[in-house]
Design a protein. Structure first.
Lengths: 346, 270
């Protein structure tokens, strides 16, 4: 039975949450640094501009956005290590910055580039420290440590000093640390950074298993959007400290992923003149020649009415060896949102 | 009560993990020890030269001077903490964020970690003290049980004062983002006013007044006076009270300062 789903109230609630800070701007070069000793321009950076967010208990939310969008600041505010400049926030019924230690007992956090493992000694020593520090009941510890070891393949690493582990091994062990006390809410900031494909899959499997077993809420930021499609039901998109989108994954795709693709494998590559002519014909039929390199041609379209004409054109005019229809994946959607500022608001 | 028991249990494990971590770099302690011998040797030679060439000698006798310097330097060596370098580096890189997500007091957490330095250095310091006294033919200290107990209490209080000083100076790294300057400031101030390189009795009046007004003398000079039996247990009581007051004051100031800083400063890094 999941043990975290019975409590009342949302896991997270923010209203008008804002954070700004003062940043020193130093001019470039050695002279700039020397001048900066006496006079540095100061500018106020607004990292978060009045965020309204509600996350229910047991819900999993993917937080996405460009570098500097405010994802990490949001994480730090929600975990209590930063004080907000304005607005209201409540996490598991606590005010994070005022009740940081109390809240820490109920949450698990991974900052992908800031491991909590003790550097000089074996992985299991950190596990043991966390067991005592979080007062983890024996039965819970037995279950979570066994699950994490099994799902992340940690068994052979437990006796190895952390400094001797590879980045991927450290990341896996660090991820395990945040789940040992079966927290009610987990914040994962880039949890799969530095992991290979197999290890990423293991990490996602762990997140899913722990959520289904313990009913944990999850806030996940990542640049690998497969992490989100695999583990979250909801996406929150931040842009320059503001909320750009908040809704389910299907709603996100519906709003931003109207574009689909036809990908064709050719028997032989196209020459430059043929590529140019093909591009013009595709444009007349309402499509766009996205790529024509080597023996692969990709054609993008938005209106379903265009698909018949485009397919006919490709089949009749090209030596087609294979053909596939693709929906845009999260990564290409997000890339497109960031790449076309004018089109951002859909 | 629950919180206290958690701090105590976690502290025990933190301490043992920190000792394990230090032992992983055992060579570091032997190099520190070498540094100690160089510092001790030079200080001793310098003072003995001054004593032997100054008309009428110093206000402290030759044997007493040697005994004081040996004990003061060993206390100083034992109470040297790596807190400054560890914590300021974590503040600079933003790694301190991970510490702030732990369910126990940040200040207590680093206290237990720092105790690892003290215990390991105390073991080495005790050996050094015995060797130094033997090589320099200083008559061994003959303290009575009460004096030993008072000396022990004074050492414990010195640890608390030292931790309080280091913690407050390290907090400066939140302002400067690079703790090296704060570390140097503490090191130089402490070397000057703690009495590690000379009994405060030998200081000019004005400098002595400043030294007594600051907490640094409680770390080295006070326990050294008590340990050498230069003050009786009864005379030591006000000194212990002073140490206790500084320890409590510095701990409270560290706690308040830490809260104030957290509310105003950003944790670096994304």
């Amino acid at each position: 039975m999941p043990r975290n789903t019975g409590a009342a109230g949302p896991a997270i609630e923010t209203r008008g949450l804002a954070k700004s800070y003062v940043q020193r701007v130093v001019q470039a070069g050695l002279m700039g640094s020397i001048k900066g000793l006496f006079h540095a321009e100061k500018k106020v950076v607004t990292a978060l501009k009045g965020l309204d967010l509600r996350v229910e208990r047991g819900e999993a939310v993917g937080l996405i956005g460009e570098n500097g969008a405010g994802k990490s600041t949001t994480m730090k505010l929600l975990t209590g290590i930063l004080h907000p400049s304005g607005g209201h926030l409540s996490v598991l019924g606590h005010q994070p910055s005022r009740e940081r230690k109390l809240l820490a007992r109920k949450i698990g956090v991974v900052f992908g580039q800031k491991p909590q493992l003790l550097w000089d000694i074996a992985v299991r020593e950190t596990f043991e420290l966390l067991r005592v520090m979080y007062r983890i009941p024996d039965a819970v510890y037995a279950e979570t440590s066994a699950l994490t070891a099994k799902l992340l393949g940690l068994e052979p690493l437990l006796g190895v000093p952390v400094r001797l582990l590879s980045l991927g091994q450290r990341m896996r062990a660090d991820l395990a640390c945040s789940f040992l006390h079966a927290p009610q809410l987990v914040f994962l900031d880039e949890p799969t950074i530095g992991l290979d494909v197999l290890a990423k899959e293991q990490a996602r499997q762990l997140i899913k298993t722990m959520r289904s077993r313990f009913g944990m809420s999850l806030i996940l930021t990542t640049h690998d959007l497969k992490d989100i499609t695999d583990t979250c039901e909801r996406v929150v998109l931040l842009d320059k400290g503001s909320l750009l989108f908040d809704g389910s994954l299907p709603a996100f795709e519906h709003k931003f992923a109207r574009e689909k693709r036809i990908v064709v494998q050719l028997e032989r590559p196209l020459d430059a003149a043929s590529r140019k002519a093909l591009g013009a014909r595709i444009a007349r039929l309402g499509g766009k020649l996205q790529r024509a390199s080597g023996i692969e041609v990709a054609v993008a379209y938005e209106r379903p009415a265009a698909v018949r004409g485009l397919t006919q054109l490709l089949v009749t005019k090209l030596d087609v060896a294979d053909m596939a229809f693709e929906k845009s994946d999260m990564e290409s959607i997000v890339r497109r949102i960031y790449g076309r500022p004018g089109a951002r608001r859909g | 009560m629950g919180e206290l028991s958690l701090v105590a249990r976690t502290g025990r494990v933190l301490f043992s993990r920190a000792v394990q971590g230090r032992l992983a770099y055992a060579k570091y302690f032997f190099i520190s020890l070498l540094g100690f011998f160089v510092g001790f040797g030079l200080t001793l030679m310098l003072w003995l030269y001054v004593n032997d060439h100054r008309a009428g000698g110093l206000a402290v006798g030759r044997d007493d001077l040697i005994a004081y310097l040996a004990l003061a330097l060993v206390i100083n060596f034992t109470l040297s903490l790596s807190l400054d370098s560890i914590l300021s580096s974590r503040i600079r890189t933003g790694q301190v964020a991970v510490d702030l997500l732990k369910p126990i007091s940040f200040q207590w957490m680093y206290f237990f970690i720092s105790m690892a330095d003290i215990v390991i250095q105390a073991c080495m310091g005790a050996v050094v003290l015995v060797v130094a006294f033997f090589v320099l033919s200083v008559k061994p200290l003959r303290l009575e049980a009460v004096q030993m107990a008072v000396f022990f209490v004074s050492l414990v209080l010195a640890i608390l004062v030292q931790y309080g000083i280091c913690f407050i100076f390290t907090l400066g790294a939140f302002f400067t983002n690079f703790g090296y300057g704060m570390f140097n400031l503490r090191l130089m101030t402490q070397a000057t006013f703690s009495g590690v390189f000379a009994p405060l009795l030998l200081y000019p009046m004005s400098l002595r007044a400043v030294a007594y007004a600051l907490p640094f003398h409680c770390v080295v000079h006070t326990p050294a006076l008590i340990g050498l039996g230069w003050v009786s247990p009864v005379q030591a009581l006000p000194l212990l009270a002073e140490q206790l007051a500084w320890a409590a004051g510095l701990f409270a100031a560290g706690q308040l300062g830490f809260r104030w800083i957290l509310a105003r400063f950003s944790i670096q890094g994304g």
